[in-house]
Structure formats: structure tokens, C-alpha cells
Ligand binder design. Structure first.
Ligand code: EPU
Length: 334
């Protein structure tokens, strides 16, 4: 255990929150040690910190950073390969490994800043793919029961930026994730900008590696680099509203950006925020990114409270104008 540790370099908003107690969890016996504190202390499980907003400057409990490493092929046949990856691995390192070996399934999720363990939590998604389509099962450690258990894909109950891990009571640690990848590459170019860019590249042979490179280029052109400008990618989820509400809004706003969804219509939160005049807006140390209104940024030494207040002002303005309540996608730690 370490004490009074700054988390500034461990969260992509670069918030200078200090953890009263801090533990690096590298091996199974570290999990057992951590479980001794369960129920006695507040515990926050931290991955790469790329989707966390620490509201306070002090965390009055234990921050446990998951740092286990490893990648192991479990099984293989002519069509698929099943790989178990430890939670502490960098997500994009795994994507690169898959692409180098010509395994397909994760290439559209290239360059998402995340640890592997955080991937199932909110079922990361980008450029036409979602992690749920390649997650076979998840090895979970229960700090309360002190035992490991595999959760199948169905157990996780994945949805858009959702899984059962997202709203758990804090007892579950994702320790390893088992992915099932394809050996025969199937191009997913359902996302228009990706399709256009691949076509204009004039490459005759499209590989997972080329897709990953192209996705990375698109991401870099739209999203700020968290090393330079603190951010957590999309701050909000794209809200899903009923078809009726959508039709009413469409008569008022014919240019509204929406996509079909099984529950109704998914509205672009970036568009809603942009319509409220927030795109590129800066208040003190915080603001909305000028190229993508879904990204809230820390320009310099913002506090978590400033970021939270600013995001609440966005929620209120969007609610007043469109009668839609935006939900944060980022994990807010109070
Ligand atoms: N749009 C605007 N104004 C904006 C931003 C977007 O009008 O400021 C409209 C445009 O019409 C644009 C459309 O919204 O064409 C969609 O924008 P984009 O493709 O950038 O996607 P997004 O819905 O804003 C989602 C994910 C991103 C992911 C991209 C690409 C969520 C919450 N976000 O953003 O994920 O990279 O799609 O697939 O679903 C993340 O989760 O951190 C993240 C970056």
C-alpha cells in the first residue's frame, strides 16, 4: 500500500486528485490482499483512467490500479482464435497484436484509449464496431466472496455503452477478458467516413492492419490527444429517444442527426450540444473541443468540480432546448 499518491498521470483529464491509499494490483495475491479491505474502506478500481472524472481533489479510500499483464492463446481452429488478455494490458497493444497476425474483429476499435479490463465495462464502440461482438467471456474476481468466476457474454448483458459491470456495487474486478477473433477477415465499413477513406486510399488489398491505421487517422483528425489536451473521449452518451419524440423534434429541426436504434432513435449528442452554441466554447479552464462537441476538455489546471459544473450546464441547456436529458458516458467519481 502507498499513501497520498497523486493520480494526475493516471487519468486522461490530468486531474490532480490524491488517493489517500493506493495499491497496484499485479498478481492474484494482490487481489486477495485488496479483498481484505472490502466493506471496510471505499475502493475504486482504476484502469488506464481514460474514462474517469475525479470530482474531488482527494479520494478518501483505496484506489486500486489494475496492472496485471499477459496474453495467452486458448484455442484455435481454421476459422477462429480465442485469446485471453489480462486487464492491465493496453487495449491498443492488443489491437496491434491482432492486426499484425491478421486476426480480425478489433481493427475498427483501434486507438481507443483504454486498458483491456475497462473494455467490457462500457462495451467500447467506435467506427461501426462494438467490443461485445468479440468478447467471449470475462474472468471476474469478487472482492466480497473472494472468488473468481467466468461471466459469459450473455451474463454481461451488453448494450450501447452498457454492461452489468457499469452499475455494480464495487465488489467486482475484471481480471482477464477472453476474445474470439476471426481468421478470415471480414471488412466492416458501415461507418461512412471509414468507407470513404479506405476507398480513396486506392489500396487493392484491405487488411485488418490497414483498417486499424485508417481508423487511427480518422480518430486523430477528430479527437484531441489526451497527452496534449486532457479529455476522456465522448463525455456523454448519444441519447436514445422514442420515434414519436424524434418526429416532433424533426419538424422543428429538420437537420437533426439521428440513427436507427432498436429502442427508437439514437440522436447525435454532439449535434445537440453544437446547436446549443457550445462547440469550441471555453469557460475558464474547461471547454468543448472545437472539432467535436461531444468532447469536454481540460485546457490547463481545471478541477474535477469545474468540469462537472460545466458538463451540468451543458445538460441543462440541452434539456431546455430539446427536452432531452444527456447522460454522462464518463465514470464520475465523487
Ligand atoms: N456531429 C455534429 N457535431 C459534432 C459532432 C458530431 O453535428 O460536434 C454529428 C455529425 O453529423 C457526425 C455525427 O454527429 O457525422 C456523428 O459523429 P461522430 O462520427 O464523431 O460520432 P459520435 O456519435 O459523436 C461516437 C462515439 C465515439 C466514436 C464515434 C465514431 C459515443 C458516445 N461516442 O461519437 O466514441 O469514436 O462515434 O464511431 O457513442 C468515446 O466513446 O469516447 C468515443 C470517442
Amino acid at each position: 500500500m502507498e499513501y497520498n499518491i497523486s493520480l494526475k498521470e493516471m487519468n486522461s483529464f490530468h486531474l490532480d486528485c490524491k488517493a489517500e491509499k493506493f495499491m497496484r494490483v499485479k498478481e492474484e495475491r494482490d487481489l486477495e490482499r485488496l479483498s481484505e479491505y472490502y466493506g471496510k474502506e471505499k475502493i475504486y478500481i482504476l484502469g488506464s483512467g481514460s474514462n474517469t472524472l475525479f470530482v474531488k481533489q482527494h479520494y478518501d479510500g483505496i484506489v486500486a490500479r489494475i496492472e496485471n499483464k499477459g496474453l495467452r492463446i486458448i484455442s484455435e481452429n481454421g476459422d477462429n482464435i480465442t485469446v485471453e488478455v489480462s486487464s492491465g494490458q493496453v487495449w491498443n497493444d492488443f489491437v496491434e497484436w491482432a492486426c499484425e497476425n491478421n486476426y480480425s474483429g478489433v481493427e475498427n476499435l483501434a486507438a481507443v484509449p483504454s486498458s483491456v479490463g475497462a473494455v467490457p465495462v462500457q462495451n467500447i464502440g467506435a467506427y461501426g464496431s462494438e467490443a461485445k461482438d468479440v468478447i467471449d467471456k470475462v474472468l471476474v474476481y469478487d472482492l466480497e466472496k473472494k472468488e473468481f468466476k467466468y461471466w459469459t457474454n450473455e451474463d454481461c448483458d451488453f448494450g450501447y455503452r452498457y454492461s452489468k459491470f457499469k452499475y455494480q456495487k464495487g465488489n467486482l474486478v475484471i481480471w482477464k477478458v477472453v476474445f474470439k477473433l476471426q481468421k478470415h477477415f471480414v471488412l466492416n465499413n458501415s461507418y461512412k467516413a471509414l468507407k470513404d477513406k479506405l476507398e480513396s486510399s486506392n489500396q487493392t488489398i484491405i487488411t485488418p492492419k490497414l483498417v486499424a491505421q485508417t481508423v487511427t487517422e480518422i480518430r486523430n483528425s477528430k479527437l484531441p490527444n489526451p497527452e496534449i489536451l486532457g479529455n476522456v473521449g465522448s463525455f456523454f452518451k448519444n441519447p436514445i429517444i422514442t420515434k414519436e419524440q424524434f418526429l416532433r423534434l424533426q419538424t422543428l429541426y429538420p437537420n437533426i442527426v439521428a440513427f436507427d436504434d432498436e429502442k427508437g432513435k439514437k440522436i447525435s449528442a454532439g449535434w445537440l450540444i453544437e446547436q446549443c452554441g457550445y462547440k469550441g466554447k471555453r469557460i475558464g479552464n474547461v471547454g468543448v473541443y472545437e472539432k467535436q462537441a461531444l468532447i469536454v476538455v481540460n485546457y490547463s489546471n481545471a478541477s474535477g468540480k469545474e468540469l462537472l459544473d460545466f458538463s451540468n450546464s451543458i445538460i441543462e441547456t440541452v434539456k431546455d432546448k430539446f427536452d432531452i436529458i444527456l447522460e454522462p458516458e464518463v465514470h464520475i467519481v465523487k
